[in-house]
Write a protein that binds this ligand. Structure first.
Ligand SMILES: Nc1ncnc2c1ncn2[C@@H]1O[C@H](COP(=O)(O)OP(=O)(O)OP(=O)(O)O)[C@@H](O)[C@H]1O
Ligand SMILES: [Mg+2]
Length: 275
């Protein structure tokens, strides 16, 4: 922790950001533009942005890439390179859903958490999942740093244009792409021992190749619902590709990936409650 920054009084840091902007010609270029979006940039977020800029992780903030219910993603600069800043929304994120994913994950369970604490844990969890996936050789945005509800990662795109989500991409060779994704899911399970848990044409970017993104909810293979999530991920991907290439049977894929046959309880239809 940076004690120099932590001792900054609560009201003091917004003032300090203003000073940085006014006197030092904006250490974080354009942050004043972001400050007006009060719903996103509450005090915690501003403080974290301020700390990250002091440490030179952000040198300029650009426009939004995506604004959702759970998180907003912005394009930003770190010196000469482009980065993506994901900011989890403390007020609107789905607290209950996050609790369920964290409860079964040995790495993150612990004392009962407030909404804010849980979102900070979720941010840390996404960072650590991305790192773990990357170490196993999966193509994900390289995670750079996190603080509170902010995650900074490699920007995936061409120039300043983000790669499209798979659902909006033109896919010249769907068979190859389908197999690439299944192979990534396999390595994620077998080497990283993770299950993405929200894999679909929304959370895969398609550029020079495919990238798995949005890994906050990914769980370790020992999570009680890991196999259920794996089946759902495989079903989503297979459904998306079913009309455009030859797809595999989900039960066969499941057996190949896990080494065990698919059980009734792993099947969505047989499971009443969505974990
Ligand atoms: N590293 C990145 N580089 C380029 N674009 C990105 C990156 N990360 C995310 N995006 C874009 O932002 C979108 C939202 O990101 P992500 O899926 O991680 O957030 P989310 O949790 O789904 O947010 P919400 O649920 O609020 O929509 C992605 O679909 C993608 O288009
Ligand atoms: Mg997403």
């Amino acid at each position: 922790m940076d004690s120099r920054v932590d001792i900054v009084e609560k009201q003091d840091y917004t003032e300090r950001i203003d000073r940085l902007i006014d006197e030092k010609r904006a250490r974080i270029k354009d942050i004043d533009q972001l400050k007006v979006r009060g719903d996103v940039f509450d005090e915690n977020t501003l403080h974290a942005l301020y700390k990250l800029s002091l440490k030179n992780w952000i040198t300029a903030v650009g426009g939004p890439i995506s604004t959702g219910k759970e998180a907003n993603v912005f394009l930003a600069e770190r010196n000469e390179t482009l980065v993506a800043i994901k900011i989890y929304l403390i007020r609107t994120a789905n607290f209950k859903r996050m609790q369920e994913y964290i409860a079964g994950d040995r790495r993150f369970h612990g004392t009962k958490k407030t909404r804010k604490e849980l979102i900070f844990t979720w941010t840390r969890k996404e960072f650590s999942n991305l790192k773990r996936a990357q170490k196993a050789g999966i193509c994900v945005p390289m995670p750079l740093v996190f603080d509170r509800n902010i995650l900074i990662m490699e920007f995936l795109g061409r120039g300043e244009e983000p790669y499209p989500q798979l659902r909006n991409a033109v896919i010249p060779e769907p068979q190859q792409v389908y197999e690439e994704i299944i192979s990534q899911v396999t390595v994620l399970y077998q080497s990283a021992q993770l299950v993405h848990g929200d894999l679909s044409e929304y959370n895969i970017l398609y550029g020079d190749r495919t990238y798995l993104i949005d890994m906050g909810q990914a769980v370790t293979t020992e999570h009680p619902a890991a196999h259920f999530f794996l089946v759902r991920d495989l079903e989503n991907i297979t459904r998306f590709f079913a009309d455009i290439c030859v797809t595999d049977d989900v039960a066969d894929l499941f057996r190949t990936i896990t080494g065990i046959p698919m059980m009734r309880q792993e099947n969505k239809q047989d499971r009443r409650e969505d974990p």
